[in-house]
Design a protein around this ligand. Structure first.
Ligand code: HPA
Length: 235
């Protein structure tokens, strides 16, 4: 048991998928995994361990924002000895060139967040994905004939802001999209010498306010879930 995860030692696998939302983790476990066990439900942040096509893996939730994914990914890496965490989430596109439902594999995450500085004294405002998961996801997308974009994303600390213009860091790094977690995940993985990737589905287009509707959401995320699970088979 760690402070925030109540799984027993050995109940978390080496490869972990992390959705933001615990119910999305449950959906994937219910619909895609076999031999599923609920190994933690502390704070209703579920972790399920099972198999996908005989490959063991754990799927859980990160919650929202750098502090939350920072806690869960740190404990998974250090207390449960996970080797690789793949975040699967949604993002808001900063550009009309991206369309709803498009998939992004984040090469780099930048942020104004103080997470990495506070945790490790890192001075950087951007971190690359870590290890081989990013390349494996790209290769898997080719095999599955899925279109997948690579680029820099913005892990913002705020969802709602007064200023309508793009944040300065978004212009500096020409970010494709906004989400709120990859920066802390990549910083943790870098510090701990682990593997981490972030795979995103575009759920909204910031300049036009287009959004995937609540009805479409479940189906919209299926290609990303399939891509992540098939990539896990090669890791
Ligand atoms: N901003 C931040 N995180 C998000 C967004 C967004 O527009 N859409 C989905 N996750």
């Amino acid at each position: 048991m760690s402070i925030h995860i109540s799984a027993r030692p050995g109940e978390i696998e080496k490869i972990v998928l992390l959705a933001g939302d615990p119910l999305r983790a449950k959906y994937i476990a219910d619909n895609y995994l076999q031999n599923v066990t609920l190994v933690s439900s502390t704070r209703n942040i579920y972790f399920f361990t099972g198999t996908y096509k005989d490959k063991p893996l754990t799927i859980g939730a990160s919650g929202m924002g750098c502090p939350s994914i920072g806690i869960y990914s740190f404990e998974l890496f250090t207390e449960y000895d996970a080797d690789c965490i793949i975040r699967i989430g949604t993002c808001g596109a900063y550009t009309k060139k991206l369309k709803l439902f498009e998939l992004i594999n984040a090469e780099t995450a930048c942020s104004e967040s103080t997470y990495a500085a506070c945790a490790y004294g890192y001075k950087k405002d951007s971190f690359k994905h870590q290890g081989d998961a990013f390349d494996v996801i790209n290769d898997t997308a080719v095999d599955l004939n899925l279109e997948l974009k690579n680029g820099t994303i913005h892990s913002g600390d705020v969802f709602y802001r007064a200023e309508k213009d793009k944040p300065a860091i978004v212009k500096k790094y020409k970010c494709l999209a906004a989400e709120m977690e990859a920066f802390a995940l990549f910083a943790n993985a870098r510090y701990l010498k682990k593997s981490a990737a972030t795979l995103l589905t575009v759920s909204d287009i910031i300049p036009t306010h287009e959004k995937i509707s609540a009805d479409e959401r479940e189906k919209a995320l299926l290609p990303m879930m399939k891509l992540a699970l098939e990539a896990v088979l090669k890791l």
